[in-house]
Design a protein around this ligand. Structure first.
Ligand code: HH2
Length: 268
């Protein structure tokens, strides 16, 4: 899944496409690099960010979604927590909804989500504005599993099809470095939910802290290698979808990793 940030302020500056033309160009480039799905968002959800009004999100994403749905040759997803944006994106050709609030951010979202063939539900503790203020869990994986069971049941009772859902543990959304690492070490446990998994680790700040340490974590520009290593770990755990900024590099890393891993699997 290639990331198209139709925003002026996403945390990775090189991913920002501040006009519809730039977003379409970026999306087509990512498909050229091998993306099988494009995720178009008009609201940064980086730690400390403020919500973007629905009208502004629509202005940013709808022209890009419409053009990419016609020209990209791959499905287009909309990254939003707003039901109004989700409904308009559907009319523009989006076939997947990616909601970082897992349908909790807008009371109209479950109804909008019902109309999508695919819906990604992500775990987030709190909201982007405050989520990184000392997040605490008992057993982080157990709490996420419980959250996903509840969200799947809530979607079903709102008339949604749990069979359309992908689940995403939400790396970096209300989690410390240690929480993120614990989730990544135990990814296999999410298989018990019986749904495809989506994972976004691309250039996220825990990689900067892990590789640069405090007080000088590596900036997003220097987090590619860490992202690729974790992508390989995700492949091992059978994660179906990776949400990435660097499609070509990720694809090459995964192809090489899968090639050397295959004989091990065959022997097992
Ligand atoms: N991460 C970001 C945004 N949306 N959606 C899902 N399902 N999973 C994620 O991990 C995820 C997401 C943050 O990355 P990015 O879009 O590059 O940054 P920003 O929110 O600053 O635009």
């Amino acid at each position: 899944m290639g990331i198209v940030n139709a925003t002026p302020d996403s945390f990775y500056a090189a991913s920002r496409a501040p006009s519809a033309e730039a977003a379409v160009r970026r999306g087509l480039e990512l498909v050229e690099e091998g993306a099988q799905l494009l995720d178009v968002g008009g609201e940064s959800t980086r730690p400390g960010s403020a919500p973007v009004p629905a009208e502004e999100q629509m202005r940013r994403v709808l022209p890009a979604i419409e053009a990419l749905a016609k020209r990209a040759g791959v499905p287009v997803s909309v990254d939003t927590s707003s039901a109004a944006v989700a409904l308009r994106a559907l009319d523009c050709g989006a076939t997947m909804l990616n909601d970082v609030t897992a349908l909790r951010g807008d009371p109209g979202m479950a109804l909008a989500a019902r109309r999508y063939p695919r819906v990604a539900l992500m775990h987030m503790r709190g909201s982007p504005g405050t989520m990184q203020e000392a997040p605490r869990y008992g057993d982080v994986v157990a709490e996420l599993l419980e959250f996903f069971r509840e969200r799947l049941a809530a979607f079903a009772s709102a008339g949604g099809d749990p069979g359309s859902v992908l689940l995403d543990p939400g790396i970096g959304f209300g989690k410390s470095t240690e929480h993120n690492l614990e989730i990544l070490r135990r990814l296999e446990q999410f298989r018990s939910l019986g749904r495809p998994l989506l994972l976004g680790v691309s250039r996220k700040s825990f990689l900067g802290r892990l590789l640069g340490g405090e007080p000088s974590p590596l900036p997003p520009e220097e987090r590619l290698e860490g992202s690729l290593a974790v992508a390989c770990r995700a492949l091992d755990a059978g994660v179906e979808w990776l949400r990435v900024h660097d499609v070509r590099a990720t694809r090459r890393a995964l192809l090489a990793y899968a090639a050397v891993r295959a004989p091990v699997l065959a022997a097992a």
